[in-house]
Design a protein around this ligand. Structure first.
Ligand code: AHR
Length: 497
């Protein structure tokens, strides 16, 4: 394969990388909460019933923000069910996944977990079966000083000090016909505006995320977003994007080229934000919050299990492989390339449900997609630079022309982080990296993830098939770096300038 060159210049900046693009999402779904992070009967439980092996693994991902409690779940959730003495909380048949929800983990447990994990909480309110007033009351419970009903309730539950939750999602996927309480865009916009006003009346410092299109595949894509943003105006600080991708056609090159359509989705959503801002002649611009993203298409191992009317069923427990890990790297490359407009992103989810981590009883497995997250999050500080790529391309069946090399770069004074994926199935790629106004002086450290075939995966029986390894196939000469990347690999490099 011909050589690829990546050309950078420290003045060709995209924007500061917001660390919150490395966020997570914890939903009351399947075994994400129960067994996943909260498992009081398990061998790894701490004094709060939190699962310490899973939380220790999650610490490695340094997630700055955690979205909770759903997802589809939240559109039927009444937060009052999940606070107060545990033995008085109701067990309910929850409406989204139709599982049994005992409410043993709720707002106060989540806040404690956030404190222990150094996660900024990001709460989604119920705008499906809930009311704007119920959403407002939750803000009072979380953020108001004692003295009024719900703040006093929090204090009575043992939490005198407000939690000061800043990030609130105005519902979840309200454009999806599957969503509890789904309505057309204009009706959602009214509901969201009513909630936003009452929530900000309690705490004007909130940052609110309006439900945008949850997939480009729905007929309402873009029109939904325009309608909602036009009505909400300055009430919306962010608009949400969701994206789940997959490889059902078993076409690895095309799957790896999905980055094209992630770039496109971000740019289209940003275009709506700019359109509405211009139309309103507003100084305020809504930014993008990619608050659910991942690979989801297999659902293996759960189809034969009874899932309805069950507590913590095995739902959406994907086993991830090498090609999935490379696609996760592709999401991050796209996020970094759009650092000027994308401010928050939450991988969906964190454990068991579409999880980088999977549990089986007291055992825990680190899946392939965990590693690119870890490789990128360690190198996230700085300013995203434009990456000018010249080199060989191929054409994916649905995602069009793509460079074999996918990349992004973050510059931090005398340090440069470069992320490079070789999407070729069989060919080693030679890649030159040059920073035209700087000299690359040394490689500080680099990690690589690769494997023998795109379907290679970690399992409980064979957990170390795909593991990151130090990468040293780098030559530095005349201020430039040259890499030799094996096929189907991603490397994260940190250079001294
Ligand atoms: O993450 C799983 C589900 O996917 C979420 O509950 C929902 O918002 C999305 O459709």
């Amino acid at each position: 394969m011909d050589k690829t060159t990546i050309t950078l210049h420290t003045r060709f900046q995209i924007g500061q990388v917001d660390p919150r693009i490395f966020g997570g999402f914890l939903e009351h779904m399947g075994r994400a909460v129960y067994e996943g992070v909260y498992h009081p009967d398990g061998a790894h439980a701490n004094e709060n019933g939190f699962r310490t092996d899973v939380l220790a693994a999650l610490q490695r991902l340094q997630m700055p923000v955690m979205r909770y409690p759903g997802g589809n779940f939240v559109s039927g959730y009444h937060w009052l069910d999940g606070v107060g003495p545990r033995d008085q909380r109701p067990t309910v048949r929850e409406l989204a996944w139709q599982s049994i929800e005992p409410n043993q983990f709720g707002t106060d447990e989540f806040m404690l977990m956030c404190q222990q994990m150094n996660w900024e909480p990001m709460i989604a309110v119920n705008l499906g079966t809930g009311t704007p007033e119920e959403a407002r009351d939750w803000v009072e419970y979380c953020n108001a000083p004692p003295g009024t009903r719900y703040a006093n309730l929090r204090a009575a539950n043992g939490h005198e000090s407000p939690y000061d939750v800043k990030l609130w999602c105005l519902g979840n996927e309200m454009d999806g016909p599957w969503q509890l309480g789904h309505v057309p865009a204009d009706q959602y916009a009214i509901r969201a505006q009513q909630a936003a006003k009452m929530m900000k009346d309690v705490d004007p410092s909130l940052e609110l995320i309006a439900c945008g299109s949850c997939t480009p595949d729905l007929a309402t894509y873009m029109e939904w977003d325009r309608t909602v943003l036009e009505y909400l105006g300055d009430w919306a600080d962010y608009v949400s994007l969701h994206r789940y991708v997959g490889n059902p056609a078993n076409d690895t090159p095309d799957f790896l080229a999905v980055t094209n359509s992630i770039d496109q989705q971000i740019e289209e959503m940003d275009a709506v934000c700019r359109f509405v801002q211009a139309k309103h002649r507003s100084k305020k611009r809504a930014y993008l919050c990619f608050d659910e993203w991942n690979i989801a298409y297999r659902n293996r191992g759960s189809d034969d299990m009874p899932k309805k009317g069950v507590f913590a069923p095995h739902l959406a427990e994907e086993i991830y492989n090498l090609e999935d890990a490379l696609v996760i790297a592709g999401f991050f490359n796209s996020f970094i390339r759009h650092a000027d407009v994308l401010k928050i992103a939450n991988i969906a989810q964190i454990v068991n449900v579409l999880g980088p981590i999977l549990t089986r009883g007291d055992e825990m497995l680190i899946q392939t997609i965990f590693f690119p997250f870890e490789m990128y999050t360690k190198r996230r500080a700085g300013i995203a630079l434009q990456t000018i790529v010249a080199g060989p391309t191929y054409t994916g069946a649905t995602h069009g022309e793509a460079h074999f090399i996918d990349t992004s770069a973050i510059w931090d004074t005398d340090t440069l982080h470069v992320f490079v994926t070789n999407r070729a199935l069989d060919d080693t790629a030679t890649v030159d990296i040059a920073v035209t106004d700087q000299t690359i002086t040394a490689l500080q450290h680099a990690d690589m993830l690769t494997g023998t075939n795109p379907k290679a995966e970690n399992t409980f029986e064979n957990p170390y098939v795909i593991q990151p390894q130090p990468f040293d196939a780098v030559r530095i000469a005349a201020g430039k770096a040259t890499l030799e990347l094996p096929p189907l690999s991603v490397v994260a490099l940190t250079f001294a300038l």
